[in-house]
Every structure is written in structure tokens, then in C-alpha cells.
Ligand binder design. Structure first.
Ligand code: HSE
Length: 291
């Protein structure tokens, strides 16, 4: 029996659409695998009622099939599904790492990112590795066609998850297909600034580097209370805030010591909109961990 914890993650970070990701130190999914003749899945925890236990429809089941590693897979969800916090990625990542260990497959972390992304693709229809990469490798990750790079960073984060539903399909559909040269220059400048900020552990640069004017506003329009929450976060000391993944969670970067104020301000903003929300304070954390 092997148990693995894989964390929530945030993809995009504004300027790094489909490229950047970070691992949180919490919340996390915890997955326990045990050898079996055929794969079965049991899901407990937050939002488990929305997650299919059919192995063909569950990211963990698809990962088991890709690794030819049948198992009983027990998933304890800490990351709410459809949150923009990498819920299915956390399950896929934890399962890939756990089965690699259970069956002595000796795959590298980078190979496991590919396998976990296959699991995500089979279930969600989109093969983005920008959540599974940080869920496995930890830190700040950059995913491109040629592979994935990661670097450790210590940046305080606040994620606020409003109790609203944004369909992943809508969040993808509203992404513009073209952008102007001005927007491209702004995005490249922001992405480069954010990357330097991660290397220097500088929340100011990371927050500035999240600015992006193409995908973010299109998706923000799907999240009631977004502008109010972002304004409140910045007034309370956040260095930047943006849509986390496909939403509806909002990710804010802060200086150390400002996290509680930023979280409180964002929660108040959603309350003023009549929307329940929950906040997670974290720093950029480690990837999947075998117990
Ligand atoms: N980069 C992806 C998106 C992450 O924003 O759609 C969610 O799968």
C-alpha cells in the first residue's frame, strides 16, 4: 500500500496562460493505492459526490490504465472540484506518483507529469500539464511543448474560492483567438517580470508580472464579484491578483504578514456580493509527497 499527498495548484498566473503553474502547500488530495486485479476507485472528501468512481471517467483510473498498474485507489479530496485550484490534477498527480512507487516503474518526475496529464486529458478533454506539473514537481513551473522546467520559490499566496460555478468549457470558449501586438508585448513583459520575481523570491515583481489584458478580463467576466475582490485584495496589500486557472478561484500574491488582511478583504468583497467564499493562505510549496 502506498499513500501520496499532492497539493492544490494554480495555473496561468495571469501572464503565463497554459504555461505557468505554482504548487500550494495546502489544501491537498491524499491518494492511497493497493495492488488489485482490476482498478476500482473510492472517492471521499470535499466535493466527492461530483466525482465519478468509474475508472474510465476518473483521472486516477486513466492514469492506472496508462501505467498498466491496476489498483484499488482511495482518493480523499481536499481540493474542491471545478475550483480553478487543480482538483483533478491533484488526484492524477498523486495517483501517478503512488502507482510508480507501488509497481516500481522507476519513471522520472517529468515522465510522471506526462502520464498525469494524459489522465487529465482523457477526462477533461484538454491535455494541459500546467496543473499536474506543479502538483508533482512543486514550486513554480513552466510547461512548454518541449517539456517542463521548475524552480523552488517562497512566495506568500492567498486563494479565495467563491461558491459559484464556472464551466470549464465556458472558461475555454471565452479565450480570444488573437491578440494585438501591444497586448503581446505587455504579456511577454509581465511573464518575464514574474519569472525574475520567482527567482528572487520577490512578491512585488511576481504580483506586477501577473498583469495580462487578454485572457484574464475575458474570464473575469464569468466570475461575479471578481473586480470587487481584486480591488479589495490590492487595497489590503496584495501585490497582484488574477483568475486562478480557469476560475472561479482568485489567486493573490502578498508580502509575508499581509495574507490574513488580503484574505479577509476578499472574503468581505464576496460577502458584499451575497456570495459565500472560502480562503486558503499558503506559500508556494512542494509537489507530491510519498508518505
Ligand atoms: N491553463 C488551463 C486553463 C488550466 O486555464 O484553461 C486549467 O486546465
Amino acid at each position: 500500500m502506498v499513500t501520496v499527498r499532492a497539493p492544490a495548484t494554480s495555473a496561468n498566473l495571469g501572464s503565463g496562460f497554459d504555461v505557468f503553474g505554482v504548487a500550494f502547500d495546502r489544501p491537498a488530495d491524499v491518494v492511497t493505492v493497493e495492488r488489485a486485479r482490476e482498478t476500482t476507485i473510492e472517492v471521499t472528501g470535499v466535493g466527492s459526490e461530483y466525482i465519478p468512481s468509474d475508472p474510465a471517467k476518473n483521472t486516477a483510473g486513466v492514469v492506472a490504465s496508462a501505467l498498466d498498474a491496476p489498483a484499488h485507489i482511495a482518493i480523499d479530496k481536499g481540493v474542491r472540484p471545478s475550483s480553478g485550484l487543480g482538483s483533478s490534477a491533484a488526484s492524477a498527480a498523486a495517483t501517478a506518483v503512488a502507482l510508480n512507487e507501488l509497481y516500481d516503474r522507476n519513471l522520472s518526475d517529468h515522465e510522471l507529469v506526462r502520464v498525469a496529464a494524459e489522465g487529465e486529458a482523457a477526462v477533461s478533454g484538454t491535455a494541459h500539464a500546467d496543473n499536474v506539473a506543479p502538483a508533482i514537481l512543486g514550486g513554480f513551473t513552466v510547461v512548454r511543448d518541449g517539456g517542463v522546467e521548475s524552480v523552488d520559490a517562497s512566495i506568500p499566496l492567498v486563494a479565495v474560492l467563491p461558491d459559484i460555478v464556472v464551466s470549464t468549457r465556458d472558461a475555454r470558449r471565452v479565450v480570444p483567438e488573437t491578440l494585438s501586438m501591444d497586448d503581446m508585448v505587455e504579456t511577454v513583459g509581465s511573464a518575464a517580470t514574474l519569472t525574475i520575481g520567482m527567482h528572487r523570491n520577490d512578491p512585488e515583481l511576481v504580483g506586477q508580472g501577473m498583469r495580462e489584458s487578454v485572457v484574464t478580463p475575458a474570464r473575469a467576466a464569468l466570475i461575479q464579484g471578481y473586480d470587487r475582490a481584486v480591488d479589495a485584495a490590492c487595497a489590503a496589500g496584495a501585490t497582484g491578483a488574477t483568475v486562478s486557472g480557469a476560475g472561479p478561484a482568485i489567486l493573490a500574491v502578498t508580502h509575508r504578514g499581509d495574507q490574513r488582511d488580503v484574505a479577509g478583504a476578499m472574503l468581505d468583497a464576496f460577502e458584499a456580493e451575497g456570495i459565500d467564499a472560502r480562503a486558503y493562505t499558503s506559500t508556494i510549496g512542494n509537489g507530491a509527497t510519498v508518505f
